[in-house]
Design a protein around this ligand. Sequence first.
Ligand code: SF4
Ligand code: SF4
Ligand code: SF4
Length: 338
Amino acid sequence: MADKKLKLGVYWGASCGGCDISTLEIAEKILKVIEIADIVLWPCIADFKYDDVRKYPDGYIDVCLWNGGIRNSETREIAELLRKKSKVLVAYGACSSFGGIPSLANLYTKEDIFERAYKTTESTDNPDGIYPQTSYTVPEGELKLPEFYGSVYRLKDVVDVDYTMPGCPPTGKQTWNVIEAIATGKLPPKGSVVGVGDKTVCDECPFEKQTEGVRIERFKRPHLARPDLTPKTELKDKPQCLLEQGFVCVGSATRSGCEAQCLNANMPCRGCYGPAKDVDDQGAKAASAIGSLIDTKGDVKRGEEIAAQIVDPVGTFYRFGLANSVLRRKVPSPKEQT
Ligand code: SF4
Ligand code: SF4
Ligand code: SF4
């Protein structure tokens, strides 16, 4: 791979576009990418047609970076197409790796989502309750729309994925490290998580945990309270861990690799690098770590009241990966299933 120009593809599924933009965070190194690679698909920057991609021979694309989850039949169809056309398929970013923020929609049914999006939003005027249809006949012929799935899925739920690269979005530095590894053929074994570290965000954090005796009596929200940033001699001249100060931080359940960039801006970690190595369920791990710090004083009710101060627990603990959790989604009630 090192001796010839790579054929590189970049594609977006159920994505916000941020991952496409993040690839430009490699800044001037983008010129190096153009030196080593021909871009053969990147809908965000040029008007590539699916039919052109269908005409590529199988395995034509050396590496395809796929961002975004699988939300509808179109994203699934293109995932299957790009799997066939790519030698190496990389799940790039939290959405393709874990479902990302869009997979919080797995708390709702397809019907709930359609009702809100097409009927009850404050800016919607749809008195006849008309929803998108997969097929509609007009005088000129049949118009088709992709089928909207009942859940958001990870890329690996629909096709075989060679590498996973977390982050919302991945940092420019990690993106470049992975591109370099691809260009020099130094990628780790298939199935590896790339562009990350082996530790947790806590290991890269500029805040320091007190070893014992800390209990949380009140949870605070970053836009409503200021953290104490004073370095403490007993904490290696660092400020005290934000979680111990009462700010919900999921760094202990999250994979390192971002250089703790939120913590360096005095914000708690939200978990976008996904579960730490050997952690199966990031949200459960974070909830358990945080729960063990609650100052119950041996009183369950008091513990529950303190825990209830955490606003939007599912969104807090599974912000980037409900589709990657053990539960994957809220199970619809029998009524919702009909
Ligand atoms: S991982 Fe984050 S930046 Fe990338 S597409 Fe998803 S929401 Fe956007
Ligand atoms: S819990 Fe958060 S603030 Fe505390 S050490 Fe870990 S990453 Fe840093
Ligand atoms: S500190 Fe946490 S939320 Fe922030 S970039 Fe790193 S992994 Fe993502």
